[in-house]
Design a protein around this ligand. Structure first.
Ligand SMILES: [Zn+2]
Ligand SMILES: [Zn+2]
Length: 77
C-alpha cells in the first residue's frame, strides 16, 4: 500500500500514487532541490522560516528553494 503523506489517501500501486501527487490538493509547496511536494505545515514551524521536510534534502527558504505550486503554475516566461 502506498500512502500520500500529504492527504493520507492510499493507493494500490506506486504509479497511482505518483499520478495522484501531481494533482493532490494538499501538496501546496514544491521543493526544487529534490522535486518533492508537501504541505505548507510540514515545511514550516512558525510560518516564517521554511525548509524542505525531506531528511536528505537541505532545500530551504520560500521563493528560494521552495515554491508554492500555484506560483509555479502561473509563472510564464
Ligand atoms: Zn494526496
Ligand atoms: Zn527538498
Amino acid at each position: 500500500m502506498h500512502t500520500c503523506r500529504n492527504c493520507n489517501q492510499s493507493f494500490q500501486t506506486e504509479l497511482a500514487l505518483e499520478l495522484h501527487r501531481d494533482t493532490c490538493q494538499q501538496g501546496q509547496l514544491f521543493c526544487q532541490v529534490c522535486g518533492d511536494r508537501f504541505q505548507e505545515a510540514d515545511a514550516t514551524q512558525d510560518g516564517w522560516h521554511y525548509e524542505c521536510p525531506s531528511d536528505d534534502c537541505d532545500g530551504d527558504g520560500l521563493q528560494e528553494d521552495l515554491y508554492r505550486v500555484d506560483d509555479v503554475r502561473t509563472t510564464t516566461h
